[in-house]
Design a protein around this ligand. Structure first.
Ligand SMILES: [Zn+2]
Length: 61
């Protein structure tokens, strides 16, 4: 019983925070604004990106 409960706790925590399968660090979701060139000029698209050690330099500059 105790084992089952702790497993459920872990499962619920997992759905809350995501971990990067590559570096194993926690993913932080940030709104990343990207400039996209279109026919009428530059447009800004914002999207939620999971940031970890793999791509933090790319996102934060
Ligand atoms: Zn990573």
């Amino acid at each position: 019983m105790a084992k089952k409960q702790s497993f459920a706790d872990k499962a619920s925590k997992r759905s809350f925070t995501k971990t990067c399968p590559v570096c194993g660090s926690e993913l932080h979701y940030v709104k990343h604004v990207k400039a996209v060139k279109s026919e009428n000029g530059w447009k800004y698209r914002s999207l939620n990106v999971g940031v970890c050690k793999c791509n933090e330099k790319e996102i934060y500059g």
